[in-house]
Design a binder for this molecule. Structure first.
Ligand code: GDP
Length: 459
């Protein structure tokens, strides 16, 4: 195990709460805490057993005045979160007392931990791989039960196992090639049983990569949310629709055209899919500066969105503005919403035939909204969401898998074309390298650091 200094941080959210936890990790964890802890039973904590607790006070290292009444727990490495000795101090959850206790651990010799440093240690100490560390982060930020379940599966090593299996196929290919090259003098006379076996292993690897990647787009949506833009000219009912989707009156609904000026971002939970709603101002040619910002943002948001809901008001005839918006979403995955069906229809629905998805709704009367939700699920998840199998949810992992896949494909073609096996082994080595980026064995240190920087403090 590598040598590290002992680190300390507040691991609970900052604010007033029932308790707060200060976590200290490293070889000197017990030694450092023993300098600032006075046990109720008078005993020194240095002989404390792993997985036990002690009750007492944190005292000021200089004045010896008590600071807070605490319970400390001890988890001896390697059976701890970081795989190092860990002491956790449970103190009263006030901002001042918590900070004071943290300050004492620093005065007693610990260093303030960087964001994600505890998890990084677990990775560097070999307890978890990088995909598991990233899953810890996903678990914390999961927005729905489904996202949480998926992150938990990954944090338990399900992806790591899959990568391990892929590695085996590819290492087998390298071994076969090495064997073949070592035992033949002349490249032209290679043992004829070798190339088919190389191909077979490569095909196995490729099939497994394809299977893993199959639901990657769904995985990304489960993790990051489906971004949804609601567009339409002013007064067609966008805010009203947003409100029924949110079931709360967050956006302001008014009768004055063009009032939803800010782009509001909200999440709704659509049967387990986190949907990130980007509410957009009406797209509208305008001279008004404030409004134009809204319009420009709308166009940007259309670009960014996974799905656009285009709202039209059927109680008024379509005009130039409506057609401009229809034009703007032309190349986008979109659903046309014909709103205000509780009013008399004034538009010719046949003129809108080039929309594959069309739903009649009334945002005001809550009609057709369930159908809309159903349609979204159909478009992105084929109607059902598989919550049992592992999905690739992280785009970094997806990119690495794509590279592994491309190299496997090139290798297969090389074997088919009877090219030198050495060339095949170059592709296979590149594929292995790409897979290693997922688990972290093949990732440059500064990239690893970058990933952990995204973590929260104390984790
Ligand atoms: P936005 O400018 O597109 O955000 O439109 P709003 O949501 O502010 O709605 C404009 C007006 O249309 C408001 O007076 C709403 O009450 C009304 N409205 C919205 N949806 C419906 C609907 O389905 N039926 C009827 N009758 N009125 C609606």
């Amino acid at each position: 195990m590598r040598e590290f200094d002992t680190i300390s941080a507040i691991s609970t959210a900052i604010g007033e709460g029932g308790i707060a936890i200060i976590r200290v990790s490293g070889d000197r964890a017990l030694d450092i805490v023993s300098k600032i802890f006075r046990a109720k039973n008078g005993k020194d904590i240095k002989d404390m057993k792993t997985y036990t607790m002690r009750y007492g006070h944190i005292i000021d290292i200089d004045t010896k005045e008590p600071i807070d009444e605490v319970i400390i727990s001890f988890m001896k490495g390697p059976r701890s979160y970081t795989a190092e000795d860990v002491v956790e101090i449970n103190c009263h959850g006030g901002v001042t007392s918590t900070n004071k206790v943290l300050e004492m651990t620093i005065k007693a010799g610990a260093r303030l931990a960087e964001p994600g440093e505890f998890t990084k240690r677990a990775f560097l100490n070999g307890r978890i791989d990088l995909s598991q560390a990233e899953a810890v982060m996903d678990l914390i930020s999961a927005k729905t039960d489904l996202a949480m379940k998926s992150a938990l599966m990954q944090s338990n090593g399900s992806l790591s196992k899959e990568i391990g299996r892929l590695n085996e196929y590819l290492l087998n290919v390298l071994a076969l090639i090495e064997y073949a090259v070592d035992f033949t003098e002349d490249e032209e006379e290679i043992d004829p049983s070798i190339p088919p076996r190389v191909s077979e292993s490569l095909e196995e690897a490729l099939n497994n990569i394809n299977r893993l990647m199959k639901n990657a787009d769904e995985g990304r949506i489960i993790r990051d949310g489906l971004s949804l833009a609601i567009v339409g000219k002013p007064n067609v009912g966008k805010s009203s629709l947003l409100n029924v989707l949110l079931r709360e009156k967050r956006a302001i609904v008014t009768d004055i055209a063009g009032t939803t000026r800010d782009v509001i971002e909200e999440y709704i939970n659509l049967d387990g899919i986190p949907v990130k709603i980007i509410d957009t101002a009406g797209i509208r040619e305008t001279e008004d500066i404030v409004e134009r910002i809204g319009v420009e943002k709308s166009k940007e948001k259309i670009e960014e969105a996974d799905l656009v809901l285009l709202v039209l008001d059927i109680s008024r005839e379509l005009d130039k503005e409506d057609y401009e918006i229809i034009e703007a979403v032309k190349n986008k995955k979109s659903i046309l919403l014909l709103n205000k069906i509780d009013l008399e229809n004034k538009i010719d629905l046949n003129s809108l035939n080039n929309f594959e998805y069309k739903i009649k709704i009334s945002a005001k009367e809550d009609l057709g909204i369930d159908k809309l939700k159903e349609e979204i699920k159909n478009m992105f998840f084929n109607g059902t969401i598989d919550s049992e199998s592992l999905v690739i949810s992280n785009s970094r992992h997806k990119q690495a898998l794509i590279r592994a896949k491309e190299n496997c494909e090139k290798a297969i073609i090389s074997v088919k074309n009877n090219e030198y096996l050495d060339l095949v082994s170059i592709y296979v080595t590149s594929a292995l390298k790409a897979l290693g980026e997922i688990t972290g064995t093949e990732l440059e240190e500064d990239l690893v650091n970058k990933i952990f920087k995204e973590f929260c403090c104390g984790k």
